[in-house]
Write a protein that binds this ligand. Structure first.
Ligand SMILES: C[S@@+](CC[C@H](N)C(=O)[O-])C[C@H]1O[C@@H](n2cnc3c(N)ncnc32)[C@H](O)[C@@H]1O
Length: 348
């Protein structure tokens, strides 16, 4: 594809704000980022902040209302030290009662069935014990879609939505979203990057790879759940080792935490994300070395590689890409709202 995707346009552009995203936060795999924190930009429904009905003595209630359960859940989570108690409580009440966010608002005055109340109690205990909300509910919103997540895969982070934005910007400025692009997503995990791109690009096809067979199964299930299975395939590969063919886009959010730093991460990350998804080797750069070394051989003419990076890794990864012949002078950096480099874009 002749220069369909131009990385030069991306140089040091500040990223546009993403809806529902927390781009300005600390490194999502860093110590300051609780997993439940990721959706707190969503505003609370005003009706749920109303005080409990009725003055004076409370009349006996056969079951608490959903609103009441929510208010109690917020209080319990706040007491337990949760950073986003309202958001967590809403997600957990919705999960326990099987409600969408819309139904949660519309039916707040209805009673919470006893089984749902029991589920909520169990969920609150797990959350108070430090388990991320997405691990309890088994789902994570990513770029407006709901992905199933479990212990096999990294809990997708809002920061990774920036990689999606960068890829779509390139495509909008180049071949356009209807183009029959070929995409490979290395270390696909839950499949959130590949599946989102396929959902946004109706004529694209893609390959997701991972060294974890468990992760590949999770990604495959998400591709089916989100309706892109016919255009997605998944394969076991150590980065690009088993990948052949030519791709217009290589996308990757590799493990980039230095091995020695993993134990110091927030327990929600260190205990609940697979180590394989975090550990970038002694200096955090192992995956980038391997990917930079092999990327040119599968990158189609005019194609681009987009890599998520840790906040301090731009220089080192730019150097690795440059050494491998991926246009050293034309490597674009995408920064988050706090000015930290988050995504590198390079061309063959
Ligand atoms: C940071 S996670 C990213 C997951 C997903 N793409 C996302 O953004 O949420 C890194 C992924 O790379 C995979 N991985 C680790 N080492 C790998 C290797 N040598 N070859 C291929 N994939 C690898 C892990 O299993 C994990 O799924």
């Amino acid at each position: 594809m002749p220069d369909a995707l131009s990385a030069e346009h991306c140089d040091d552009l500040p990223a546009p704000p993403l809806s529902g995203s927390r781009i300005g936060e600390a490194d999502p795999r860093g110590a300051a980022m609780p997993a439940a924190d990721t959706e707190s930009a969503v505003s609370e429904p005003p009706s749920l902040s109303l005080p409990h009905r009725g003055g004076g003595e409370s009349p006996p209630q056969p079951s608490r209302s959903i609103r009441h359960a929510f208010v109690e859940a917020v209080a319990a989570l706040r007491k337990a030290g949760a950073e986003t108690p309202e958001l967590d409580a809403r997600l957990l009440v919705c999960h326990a009662a099987g409600l969408t966010h819309e139904a949660f608002v519309a039916r707040a005055g209805e009673g919470l069935p006893p089984e749902a109340a029991a589920r909520l109690r169990a969920s609150l205990a797990r959350r108070a014990g430090g388990e991320p909300v997405s691990r309890i509910t088994g789902t994570r919103e990513f770029y407006g879609r709901s992905f199933a997540v479990d212990e096999r895969v990294l809990d997708p982070r809002p920061d990774t939505e920036m990689l999606i934005e960068a890829a779509l910007d390139l495509i909008d400025r180049g071949a356009g979203r209807k183009a029959p692009l070929r995409i490979v997503d290395l270390g696909t995990g839950s499949g959130c990057i590949l599946i989102t791109l396929l959902a946004e690009l109706p004529n694209a096809r893609g390959l997701g790879t991972d060294i974890s067979a468990d992760a590949l199964r999770a990604a495959e299930a998400n591709a089916a759940r989100l309706g892109v299975a016919e255009r997605a395939s998944f394969a076991h590969s150590d980065w690009l080792e088993a990948v052949s063919g030519q791709f217009d886009l290589i996308v990757c959010n590799p493990p980039y935490i230095a091995s020695g730093e993993i134990d110091g991460l927030a327990p929600e990350v260190a205990r609940h994300d697979p180590r394989l998804a975090l550990d970038g080797g002694e200096d955090g750069l192992d995956a980038y070395r391997q990917i930079a070394r092999d990327a040119a051989k599968v990158l189609a003419p005019g194609g681009r590689i987009l890599l998520e990076i840790g906040a301090t890794q731009a220089e080192a990864v730019t150097g690795l890409l440059g050494e491998s012949g991926l246009h050293a002078g034309k490597i674009g950096v995408r920064r988050d709202l706090a000015g930290r480099p988050r995504v590198l874009v390079a061309g063959a």
